[in-house]
Structure formats: structure tokens, C-alpha cells
Ligand binder design. Sequence first.
Ligand code: SOE
Length: 383
Amino acid sequence: MKSLNVGIIGYQFMGKAHSNAWLQAPKFFDMNVKPVLKVACGRRAEPLQAFADNWGWEEIETDWKKVVARDDIDIIDIAVPQHLHYEIALAAAKAGKHIFLEKPMAMTLEQARKMAAAANESGVTHYLNHNYRRCPAVRLARKLIDDGKIGDIYHWRGAYLQDWITDPDFPLTWHLQADKAGSGPHGDLNSHSVDLARYLVGDIAKVTAMTTRFIDERPLPDANAATFKGGSSGAGMGKVTVEDASFMTVMFENGALGSFEASRFATGRKNYNFFEIYGSKGSLIFNLERMNELQYFSKDDPDYAQGFRTILATEPVHDYIANWWPPGHVIGYEHEFVHAVVDFMDAIDSGKSISPDFNDGVKEMEILDAALESAASGRTVTL
Ligand code: SOE
């Protein structure tokens, strides 16, 4: 059995989700090439060693450049905040390493374009981890669209809503600092919705957007503050330099009209990645908080029996499910990352590309940047 050595850079939330995926993938899926959890990389050796011990990474390293330079490393998994993506991805591409990159792709469109150029030129497999594309219920939505069951698509209504920073005492973590995150929920969450919309509806031609911020200053964070969890250092306050909410409307190239809402102030919404698609023959509704279900309305049903039905996408016929549990034994958020690892390793083995890749990431960044340009100018931006 061929194996490839993975070096992961980052050991917080995404480092854990990725480690679980590297571990579980060969346990549940037949893979021609298996990942080896070779080296984990992060700045602080003590928590990094605990992370490596917990997940089974063979070694630790505190200098990512040394990981990228190693001849025995085949894959670089970039699971750190986006301000570090550009430098690491360029170095990994130059070193001929396959790249598994967390979203959002980069801090700027210019960085994204250079990353894609380097990855394309180096011939490595490059993947941008929009995990929700690999949720079986989302794949079912794509199948219904491809099978013509939805017909011509008129509308996309997307929303990615969370509420983990509504407390003014939640600290100023890196997510709230433009020099670390680039933007707030726009880049963090709308990036997911834009990727799903591109996957299910198509590319976008025009964008209009507005953004706002509700809380301008927050307590400075302690060393343990991270995504969804905050601890204040007590060293005073700092300015929030990203938006707290971003709403945009788009015209797709195929004529459909779409709306996107991204907010971390949607009180009561925990990880509400939601979309509705309305077409000439049917409609679809997906809600990540009920991620095993897809609601489907079909005009093909007899007129006395039309209505939104809820399909439980946990049958062996649904993508990936046959490798997990019997029908109805639902799956979770982490399974999407396992599916991404399976498809990524298959792409490396077969030499085929995997979607979304860095080229998709550039298109996504063009849309996200156009939205911020529109929010600044008050005008619609044509891509
Ligand atoms: C925080 O908003 C976050 O962790 C995102 O960064 C992830 O991409 C999303 O899957 C869950 O929420």
C-alpha cells in the first residue's frame, strides 16, 4: 500500500478537524494511497506536543519552513489563519508538495492569483477545503440539479449565520483583526456560501453588498483565545478592524438572482449554513444544522400531493454514506473533512484535479473582493 507523508501546519480547531480526517479516512474508505501523520507544526512546542501525542503525529516542528523543506514530506496541510496561507502555500508549491489548504484562500485576490499560478505551474494537487461541498445532502442537491429536477434556476438564497461574538466581552481574537483575518464573516463565512453557490448554481457576474460593524472595541485576548472560545488578557481594549456582518446580492451568469447573508450576530444561530434554490421545476432547502436532510419540492408530483418533502440523505445510494453506517445512522460535520481527504488522496493518486482547487479559490476571491468594493463605493460591481 502506497503512503504519503503529511506535514500539518496548525493545531487549533482546523488542525483537529484535519487530523481526525487524515486518521479516519483509511479506516472507512478503500484508498490506493494512505496518509501518514508525519509531522505537526506550530509555534508553541508544549501544546503542539500534546496535540501530536493526542492525534498520533510522529514528530513536531516549530518552524514551518523546515517542514516544507523536508524531502520525506509529500503533502502540506495548511490549517492556520489566513494571513499565513500565502507564504506557506507558495513555499509548498515551489517545493513540489501537494497542498490541502483551509479556506478562505488568502488575504487578497493578488495573493490568491499568485498561489494558484505557483500551484498550477508546479503540477502539485491543490485543494481549497470548502468542506460543505462534501456533505452528502449537498451532493444530493447537485444530483437533483444535474438530473434536471429543479429546472432553470431563478433564485439562490444563502445565509451563514453564527452568534459567537455577540457578547461585547468576547475578546479581540485574530478573527476580528483585519491584518490577520482579512475580513470578518464575509471572508470566513460568505466564502463557504459563495463556493456552494458556484458549485450548485454557477458563476457570478455582478455583486452589490453592504457591511456593518456592531461592536468597535473588545478586550485584548489571552494566549488561549481561539475560534469560538475567548479569554481576555486584562491588558486593555483593542479596536475591531473587520465587519461584523456582510449582506450581498448577486446576478449569476445564468441570469439567476442571489442573496447572501453572513453574520456572527445572528443570536441563536450556531452554525447556520443555509441555502434555498428555486427553479422552474422544483426547489431545494439545506440547513447545516440539520445536515443529513435536504428539503425538495417537485412540480412533477401530482397537484394534490405537492409540498416540500424532507429527504434523509443517509442511504447507501447517497455519496460517501455506504462507507459509514447503515441507513439513518446520521453523520456529522467532521465526516465532510474525511470525505475531502479521501477525494484529495484520490486526486493525487489519479493525477486528476479536485474541486474546489486554487483556481476556484481565485474566482471566489474575485467575488468576495467585488463585494467589499461595492460596500465601499455603494455601487454594483461587474466581474
Ligand atoms: C468560524 O466561523 C468557523 O470555524 C469557520 O471558520 C469554518 O470554516 C466553519 O466551518 C465553522 O465556523
